[in-house]
Design a binder for this molecule. Structure first.
Ligand SMILES: [Zn+2]
Length: 88
C-alpha cells in the first residue's frame, strides 16, 4: 500500500511539473521570439505563430490567428500604413 501511495504521489508531482514546464515557453520567455501582429498589434510567438505567417515584400509577418492573416493577405498595404486596424 505504501508503495502505491508513493507511486501516485510521484505521478502527481511529475504531471504538475510537466504542466508548469509547458507554460514556461509561453510566459517565461523574453520578447526575443515575439513579433507584432500587424493587424491587431498582439505579440505573436514567431516559433509557433497561431495564425501562421504571410510573406509580403521581403518581410515575413506573423499572426495571432487565421482571421488576422487572411485580413492582412487581402490588404497588406492598408494594415502596414496604419490605415486599417483591428482593436481587440
Ligand atoms: Zn491578430
Amino acid at each position: 500500500m505504501l508503495l502505491v501511495a508513493i507511486t501516485l504521489t510521484n505521478n502527481l508531482a511529475t504531471t504538475y511539473w510537466e504542466e508548469n514546464l509547458m507554460r514556461i515557453p509561453l510566459f517565461g520567455r523574453g520578447k526575443m521570439d515575439a513579433a507584432v501582429d500587424p493587424v491587431c498589434s498582439m505579440d505573436v510567438n514567431i516559433k509557433s505563430p497561431p495564425g501562421g505567417t504571410h510573406q509580403h515584400g521581403d518581410q515575413t509577418y506573423y499572426f495571432c490567428g487565421p482571421g488576422c492573416r487572411i485580413a492582412f493577405s487581402k490588404e497588406p498595404e492598408a494594415y502596414l500604413s496604419g490605415e486599417k486596424k483591428i482593436n481587440m
